[in-house]
Design a protein around this ligand. Structure first.
Ligand code: TXE
Length: 500
């Protein structure tokens, strides 16, 4: 029997009225019957409603996850692998529907949803579905006295909390390894972008994922998020979101000694040396700054350019950014869509004003976009914005804006730029553009962050560790790091028999 997450009317090709919870294999409303309006960023109007759940719904979901855990944790890796591969195929079979839903829900261009978000979600499921077929475990022989071997067990019920910028991409990045390693899960998508989680629940039903293995509870952080992080039977928390919220998650989980993974904010430097190939560094810096309207934790929002090429680089960057096509997210030619919410639009506007107050000079953008079209006249559109003339230690260069604002700052030498790049509370990622390999290695070694891209940005291999330091988070996701996070190790030591 094919359940639907509440489809009743068409909107931009997506037919949804209520996005309900997915608990014990069923689509169910919040027990309170309450719903939150789900706003389309491109139009500023509500186009669906999402379950406004609370601790009671989380409790029901935890019970479902606990009930499903014994059987699921004892299935073979091959069975779990097949289940996850079925989910990946189910999403791929509906790729266009998922891409359209993601674009409508987030305001991102449909081409970006189709070419990045949804394919990466499919890849996440396929990557971990196959990774668990090739795991290795350690054994140590203690000089003839004993044999030690290490077992890894799933932790139990995993709490997975995700943000609004890459909804299905980040939700699948947590669900896939959690389930692959034999855990059951409660996932909480952002209340701002619940749509593709609702479609994922449908795919889980259609592919007959055993009830309770994955539960999706929608709602606010204050009611649902806190109930998950504080629930005594939720064994671990994997969180991606803002640094402020990350602190609250850690505080809530600490009394229960839960394992916690925190992927938080960033204020990432893009560093362009005089030897850089500007033909790639200019578009690379523009993409790093403004991909997804600047709403990616990895965005390069501080662009440092060696003084001798500063003028040429700045001119070429402005010319490149001017060509970025701002438009209706559902228009195939759009490269820059709407910000996710009115709050994010206001936050971005406020930082432009702050930049002016701090002495900055606007090079491009900085004003709300002219009306895109009739449909989008009330949408949250803000152009890519470039600002120069700011000191490295001002608020605009220290605080995560998470919108389409990037600053340009000249520098003289490696020591100066590495010091400036490291000079914020964050440490998530960086990109370095240079043709000098020694310089690339020296600067990469000196940067305080979890990922350095050299002559590229956002090139991702799912096997590598992913995460940040300082205020950008705790722990790592990806590859073996994720498999380790969602399991506990146990050493078994067997005395060698002394009978000959
Ligand atoms: O994230 P939040 P938001 C940054 C960015 C953005 C800021 C806030 O600067 O402006 O974070 O964005 C749930 N206990 N990033 O508001 O608040 C919430 O419902 C448990 C960077 O979207 O961190 C949502 O599902 N959960 C980030 C999720 O946490 C709580 C991407 C993220 O919400 C909670 C997005 C609580 N007390 C924003 N409060 C990145 N690193 O990619 C909220 N939540």
């Amino acid at each position: 029997m094919a359940f639907k997450c509440g489809r009743t009317r068409s909107h931009g090709g997506v037919q949804v009225k209520h996005i309900n919870n997915f608990i014990a294999g069923e689509m169910v409303p919040a027990q309170s019957g309450a719903y939150l309006a789900n706003i389309e960023p491109a139009t500023g109007t509500a186009y669906s409603e999402v379950a406004d759940s609370d601790a009671a719904d989380v409790g029901t979901a935890v019970n479902a996850a606990r009930a499903a855990f014994p059987a699921w944790s004892q299935t073979t890796a091959a069975v779990r692998s097949r289940r996850l591969l079925s989910i990946a195929q189910g999403i791929e079979n509906r790729l266009e529907e998922f891409a359209r839903a993601e674009s409508i829900d987030t305001g991102k261009p449909i081409s970006l949803a189709r070419n990045l978000d949804i394919p990466r979600a499919i890849q996440n499921f396929r990557f971990f579905a196959t990774a668990i077929l090739h795991t290795q475990s350690a054994a140590h022989v203690t000089d003839g006295a004993a044999l030690n071997y290490t077992l890894r067990h799933p932790v139990g019920v995993a709490g997975l909390i995700t943000p609004w910028n890459l909804p299905l991409y980040l939700l699948s990045w947590k669900i896939a390894p959690a389930l692959a390693t034999g855990n059951t899960a409660i996932a909480k998508p952002s209340e701002l972008t619940p749509m593709t989680a609702g479609l994922l629940a449908e795919v889980c039903q259609e592919t007959e994922l055993p009830p309770g293995v994955l539960n999706i509870v929608h709602g606010t952080g204050a009611k649902v998020g806190t109930a998950i992080t504080a629930h005594p039977q939720v064994a671990c928390i994997s969180f991606t979101g803002g640094t402020v919220t990350g602190k609250r998650v850690a505080q809530s989980a600490a009394p229960h000694f839960k394992k916690v993974s925190l992927e938080l904010g960033g204020k990432n430097p893009t560093i362009v040396f005089k030897s850089a190939d500007l033909a790639s560094a200019v578009p690379g810096a523009a993409r790093a700054a403004f991909a997804n309207q600047g709403q990616v934790c990895l965005c390069g929002s501080r662009i440092f350019v060696q003084a001798s090429i500063y003028e040429e680089f700045t001119e070429r960057l402005v010319a490149s950014v001017q060509k970025i096509r701002i438009g209706d997210p559902l228009d195939e030619s759009t490269q820059h869509g709407a910000l996710v919410s009115h709050a994010q639009f206001e936050k971005t506007m406020s930082y432009v004003q702050l930049a002016k107050d701090e002495g900055g000079e606007l090079l491009y953008g900085g004003q709300p976009c002219p009306t895109i079209n009739d449909r989008c006249q009330n949408g949250f559109f803000f152009p890519p914005t470039l600002i120069t003339g700011l000191p490295a230690d001002c608020r605009v260069n220290q605080e995560e804006i998470f919108g389409p604002i990037a600053t340009l700052t000249p520098f003289s030498n490696e020591a100066e730029v590495v010091d400036a790049a490291n000079g914020t509370p964050y440490g998530l990622s960086a990109s370095v553009w240079t043709q000098d390999l020694g310089q690339a290695q020296r600067v990469s070694a000196g940067l305080e962050c979890g990922t350095v891209w050299v002559n590229c940005w956002l090139t991702r291999d799912l096997r590598v560790p992913f995460g940040g330091v300082k205020a950008s988070g705790v722990g790592r996701e990806g590859g073996a790091e994720a498999l380790r996070f969602f399991t506990e190790s146990k050493n078994v030591c067997i005395a060698m028999s002394d009978s000959s």
